[in-house]
Design a protein around this ligand. Sequence first.
Ligand code: NAP
Ligand code: G3H
Length: 486
Amino acid sequence: MSVTGSVSGVKTYNFYINGEWKRSTSGKTINIHSPYSDELIGKVQAITKEEVDEAIRFAHGMQKVWAEVPLQDRAHYLYNWADELIYMQDEIAEIIMKEVGKSFKDARNEVVRTADLIRYTVDEALHMHGESMKGDSFPGGSQSKIAVIQRVPLGVVLAIPPFNYPVNLAAAKLAPALISGNAVIFKPATQGAISGIKMIQALHQSGLPKGLVNIVTGRGSEIGDYLVEHEGINMISFTGGSNTGTRLAKKAGMIPLVLELGGKDPGIVREDADLNLAAKQIVSGAFSYSGQRCTAIKRVLVHENVADQLVDLLKEEIAALSVGSPEDGCTVVPLIDQNSADFVQGLIDDALTKNASLITGNKREQNLIYPTLLDHVTEDMRVAWEEPFGPVLPIIRVSSDEEAIRIANESEFGLQASIFTKDVNKAFTIANKIETGSVQINGRTERGPDHFPFIGVKKSGMGAQGIRKSLESMTREKVTVLNLSE
Ligand code: NAP
Ligand code: G3H
């Protein structure tokens, strides 16, 4: 069977198990509508628990064989995958655009970034080495004891990405898992599943041995817990919302877990900042893809002496943003669904009721929310603390660095922060006090380049991503001790 079939003219995507595309025995499918046109772009399989069991069984069987395949040969398949993605870039970008409402240019960048990430992951793995230790460096130890420390795969990795980077954040889990000798169960976000299937089609074309990667499509609310609690899963790599991540962590028990979750990244603007630079970086950070990025700047903490000036500059930058359909290459596009737009609208309404000043925006057409800038936001407003995952930016005026640091750290999230200042010493002093995984100085918050460690603390996550970190998290150290005869 091929990757798709057609029912009444609508493409129906099959799931992928043991190297074959199959229709689920459930007979049930999930409709995937485009977030901006409401067009029914396809259907994906809602698979059964028995099919999940089967996928995990195949993965286990194949993983043992794969772990024995020489690293250079594993690398070969993954390089092929990267080449296939580049070959299919327009086709995959078209689906990403339709399915998650990202502009075609950004969608194509996502595919190319993914091919680069896969290649770099392979190169990094090819250059990772184990270590050895001699016993005599510990008191009473002897030179005749030698420990050989190697990294070995964990087994079957469950990869769960979110909707907003349906290809890149999936491959950022699959590539390190596979090159390290693991098998993968890939559960795509439902809105994003077709993009994920296309990505796996490229992997299939790379000639990867069957059974190593299996896609399980279905709603997280229906098959998520079953997958996470499944005794056949040896590691979970999850990216998504903090509530889902917290639930998953409770269910996962003693399974190694990497969680990359939500954020409320502050942009701290000091009195001595280059305000033009700050305004450009903040607007690009806050509003690209309508703020549907974990790393979007989600609040501005600006010194009161420069706040009026900054607000004027932000307003000017926002006025230059294109708003509308991703098909027209717009930056601010309809949100992923109506519920998300209702949530963002609720944050705006709450702030306005509590006397925030509306600088621009608060206009809505269905799930398209125009970029909204709110000034004089205070700590009693929800938008000061909650993650909108939408195009609304609150400005909180502060009177000192200490106040900015306090408000930054009072958040339950701890993904990234930006500091804008011309004083690099001050920047480092503040950065050292900020409770986030990363701090950007004079730049917007963002994940890349993808070989940097990417870390969320507090409710923003657990463990680390970034190419090297992902390779480490999907392997464990194994110590073999040689006892030489004297
Ligand atoms: P989400 O609703 O938490 O969904 C994320 C993934 O979890 C989806 O694949 C979803 O599947 C699945 N899921 C849902 N319930 C599950 C369960 N009980 N067990 C296992 N999996 C389950 O998040 P989202 O709306 O896709 O993404 C937005 C959020 O992700 C934001 O909070 C954003 O900040 C965060 N995010 C964080 C990072 C980071 O690296 N820190 C990156 C990107 C996004 P279904 O789609 O089928 O429900
Ligand atoms: O949405 C979360 C992503 O990890 C953010 O990646 O900073 O490259 O947009 P990005």
